[in-house]
Design a protein around this ligand. Sequence first.
Ligand SMILES: NC(=O)C1=CN([C@@H]2O[C@H](COP(=O)(O)OP(=O)(O)OC[C@H]3O[C@@H](n4cnc5c(N)ncnc54)[C@H](O)[C@@H]3O)[C@@H](O)[C@H]2O)C=CC1
Ligand SMILES: O=C(O)[C@@H]1CCC=N1
Length: 280
Amino acid sequence: MVKNPTIAFLGAGSMAEAMIAGIVATEQTPPNHIIVTNRSNTARLVKLHNKYGIQGIKQEHLSFDKIDVFILAMKPKHAQAVLQSLKHHIRPNQLILSVLAGISTAYIENYLHEGQQVIRVMPNTSAMIQESATAISAGIYTTANNVGYAQTLLQCLGEVYIIDENHMDIFTGIAGSGPAYFYYLMEHIEAVGKEAGLDSEVVRNIGAQTILGAAKMIMQQNDTPAELREKVTSPNGTTAAGLAALKKHGGGRAIAQAVKDAAKRSQEISAQLRKETKTV
Ligand SMILES: NC(=O)C1=CN([C@@H]2O[C@H](COP(=O)(O)OP(=O)(O)OC[C@H]3O[C@@H](n4cnc5c(N)ncnc54)[C@H](O)[C@@H]3O)[C@@H](O)[C@H]2O)C=CC1
Ligand SMILES: O=C(O)[C@@H]1CCC=N1
């Protein structure tokens, strides 16, 4: 990878913004080396330019040959059209990072030039505050040097895990979609706290601090989640009553099913796109 590469995001939605925010905050890449583009929403590009100092450029004005790294950040359903058009503008040694859920490196390679360097990436929106859990899997043509570059770039968004691409769907179910499960949990905690008379902002902070503390305990102590849970749970105490309710109402099963169904959806997106490709 060249020194100070130029990075172009194709897609300017929530995930692109979270990654831009993380990269800019850590000064990993100068803002004038970051370009964001979308199909038509110029107001969004202006907003991102004003907020982060990066360049917002309409796709038709993008100088593709000056880009070192493309980050695909549109919805998976737009992948095929984007890849078909991208092929006319790029060279195999330009690195493609794709954050598209359910889209394999093989699918992307198939649309681009032989030898195209591709890395599949699964971040989450906590990239915005450098707390993402991000997985990467390299395609067959990608050099170790470029994997190293991607790892360094993405480390400014949080923790990076190099995983086998076969595990991308389950990783997506756990970490890509994961923040939403915790937000959902907190919405419910907040509602109950409010119902009991607590100020909603106060109860929101209490819930967040409780989750943050529990997460840090897991990261910083050697105990397993089950051991930590046992340490909170006094015989016949309040936690035992709370956990009994979770058991009775299928709390554990619900979480496990959420992860499985999100992973399954990632597989379905893959299968659907493969099918569409065969029928084209
Ligand atoms: N939101 C999340 O938490 C995560 C999202 N992802 C992946 O990131 C991708 C984007 O997701 P979001 O940002 O949530 O979606 P979004 O809907 O917020 O943003 C999609 C962006 O793509 C743009 N776009 C549409 N067609 C385009 C085209 N032909 N060329 C260039 N840009 C085009 C849209 O204008 C929009 O700016 C998806 O593929 C998703 O699977 C991955 C991990 C987490
Ligand atoms: O919901 C989605 O499909 C994307 C991928 C992971 C998180 N959000």
